[in-house]
Ligand binder design. Sequence first.
Ligand code: AP5
Length: 210
Amino acid sequence: MKLILLGAPGAGKGTQAEMIRERLKIPAISTGNIIREAIKNGTEAGKKAKIYVESGGLVPDGTVIDMLKERLLMPDCKDGYILDGFPRNVAQAQALDEMGIVIEKVIDIEVADEKIQKRLLGRRVCAACGSSYHLDYKPPGVPDICDKCGGKLVARKDDEPATVLERLKVYHEQTEPLKDYYNAVGKLFVVQGQDEVEDTARLVLAALEA
Ligand code: AP5
């Protein structure tokens, strides 16, 4: 099964991708994580991407598409995958089509902008393994320490309030049109993001089974 998770920054794509990954045993591929890893490792692509990520803009299509193509060649992708954060605009969706990739479902998680801002302000991620937490909604067992690997929890640089506003603007302008793109081919399933992660998960699973 090949799936796309669509939604604004902070809508809960990464959180739900993790739940689907465990359930369906297919990899969750986050272009955001791939880009952050490239930045951390100081690769050429990472150096190019850094300025866009830190300002809340989109990394140029060519750079992201090349990174995704490389990831999809890995053997764990042979039985399907969940794309989290890709495509981000119509040109990227067309690139997937041109690669001959047939997506079964696009699950769009809807959350109001005001809630998003609160979620991203409280998000903490593990500096070592990237696992995601929230100070109020998904706190770690021990404050500031990752439950999974013991790494230190930090705020993401692009979760600063001004950068979040820019990311939301970019989302509404460039990513939201993808709802029409996939609705037109009958693949869009809209889920209203709930205040509890488990409640959203139930709706996402219902959409997967629909
Ligand atoms: P990326 O890492 O993809 O960020 P994003 O799309 O902005 O999404 P987030 O990771 O911020 O949020 P999410 O929806 O995964 O929410 P999460 O589950 O963490 O991209 C970062 C940057 O990389 C982009 O800005 C861009 O520059 C670049 N980039 C990436 N892909 C690109 C592409 N294809 N093209 C060009 N550039 C690209 O949840 C958020 C918080 O809320 C967490 O703390 C979580 O615990 C909490 N939470 C989740 N669900 C709930 C709930 N139901 N109730 C309460 N709290 C919840």
